[in-house]
Design a protein around this ligand. Structure first.
Ligand SMILES: NC(=O)c1ccc[n+]([C@@H]2O[C@H](COP(=O)([O-])OP(=O)(O)OC[C@H]3O[C@@H](n4cnc5c(N)ncnc54)[C@H](OP(=O)(O)O)[C@@H]3O)[C@@H](O)[C@H]2O)c1
Length: 301
């Protein structure tokens, strides 16, 4: 595929999104296309080294956006019973794709997870939030364990930008969106968490990638919000008839196979970097208000 150049001779950016049929990948594609950027997608398996190198050499992207990963269906409990498949995607595959991009001189953005922490004495829910440099302290699910381990390795690649999403939320009621999930559960726990509102954060991922940023970033809106706060805003703005029932963490443990991470991430590093580019990410309560207002305006009930 021929490369194209800007008038000053530099290569025009060409994005290749990995995991092309996935939920986050679809949002990235729509966003890049709306920005008029050259965008390609692929479903090549990340662990297939020959096929990955072939795809990179064929498309010749300047930037790979890795939104591929084994997330389990219907949820991460699946990973507990399918450990080899989970390792092949989340460890072998993610590392292989990062390495192939490194060999070809391509910037690689990894859509990773912040579900590698849980509140502890030094990090209570109203405390400071986990830093990018804090060692993971949650391995209660096999999914999170694979993600935490691979991050420890790929963060040393000088071409990799690692963005830790948590409980992503879209402006619709897509089944993968955190809001959709908690509105459909029979019972929900009520714990503050950091969340990623995709409308706010995905444009930031493109900004960071285009500026060649690397390293690890907690990739959520600033602050933390509890399940009940989210559902109250959803009821007040989107669906006045909505009601829900709470249960405790102990009761939740009886209906899930793997434990779930609950934590607040510190966003100071992300906010400071995005300030350099004149980009602001709203605090999570305000972000939810805006998200639900967009939903309502779109006629979603
Ligand atoms: N959604 C969340 O709650 C959440 C939270 C934090 C982080 N993340 C991370 O963000 C990324 C995108 O998530 P998502 O919600 O968009 O997930 P998704 O809808 O399940 O999409 C993931 C895509 O990756 C593909 N994939 C899996 N293993 C692959 C491999 N080895 N090689 C190539 N493609 C592979 C899947 O294809 P197949 O179905 O064909 O395998 C699927 O199309 C994932 O890495 C996920 O761990 C998600």
């Amino acid at each position: 595929m021929a490369t194209t150049r800007n008038t000053n001779g530099t290569r025009k950016h060409r994005f290749l999104i990995w995991g092309g049929d996935g939920w986050v990948a679809g949002h990235l594609k729509a966003l890049l296309e709306s920005q008029g950027k050259e965008t390609h997608t692929t479903t090549v398996r990340m662990e297939d080294r020959e096929a990955v190198l072939r795809e990179l050499d064929h498309i010749q992207p300047t930037h790979v956006l890795n939104a591929a990963g084994c997330t389990g269906r219907p949820n991460v409990d699946w990973c507990e019973d399918n450990k080899e498949a989970t390792i092949r995607s989340n460890v072998v595959g993610t590392l292989n794709l990062a390495d192939c991009c490194y060999l070809r001189g391509i910037h690689c953005t990894v859509f990773a997870t912040g579900c590698i922490y849980q509140y502890d004495e030094a990090h209570p829910w109203d405390g400071p939030g986990f830093l990018e440099t804090d060692p993971p302290n949650f391995a209660g699910s096999f999914y999170s364990m694979t993600k935490a381990h691979v991050e420890e390795i790929i963060k040393h690649y000088n071409n990799c930008l690692i963005l830790r999403l948590r409980m992503p939320v879209s402006d619709d009621l897509h089944p993968r969106s955190f809001v959709t999930k908690i509105t459909k559960y029979e019972y929900v726990v009520n714990i503050p968490n950091s969340n990623t509102i995709l409308t706010d954060l995905l444009p930031a991922s493109i900004l960071l990638a285009e500026h060649g940023e690397t390293g690890v970033y907690n990739f959520t809106n600033p602050g933390a919000i509890s399940h009940n706060e989210v559902l109250s805003l959803f009821r007040d703005i989107v669906r006045p008839s909505f009601t829900w029932k709470n249960f405790s963490l102990e009761e939740q443990a009886k209906v899930i196979k793997a434990e779930r991470s609950n934590c607040k991430l510190a966003t100071d590093k992300l906010v400071a970097k995005l300030n350099e580019f004149g980009y602001e990410v709203p605090e999570i309560h305000e972000a939810y208000r805006r998200c639900f207002a967009r939903m309502k305006a779109a006629g979603i009930q």
